[in-house]
Design a protein. Structure first.
Length: 68
């Protein structure tokens, strides 16, 4: 039996509780991740963050369409 069919076999109330629990777990993870990164020393330095933003900057160049 696949995961999807197992999920669909649950009662609607159980699926609702499962979904809300999953969203709560994800929210707690997103809320706690900066604190965990800082505690483990994995947070980027200010210089590294600025370098990443500089490398990821989107540059748009306009090209004029030539006549035929």
């Amino acid at each position: 039996m696949s995961f999807w069919s197992s999920y669909r076999a649950l009662t609607p109330k159980t699926r609702l509780i499962f979904g809300v629990g999953l969203m709560a777990w994800a929210s707690v993870g997103m809320w706690m991740s900066p604190e965990v990164e800082n505690a483990l020393g994995l947070a980027p330095t200010k210089e590294a963050q600025e370098e990443l933003e500089r490398k990821l900057a989107v540059r748009v160049a306009s090209v004029e369409k030539g006549e035929r």
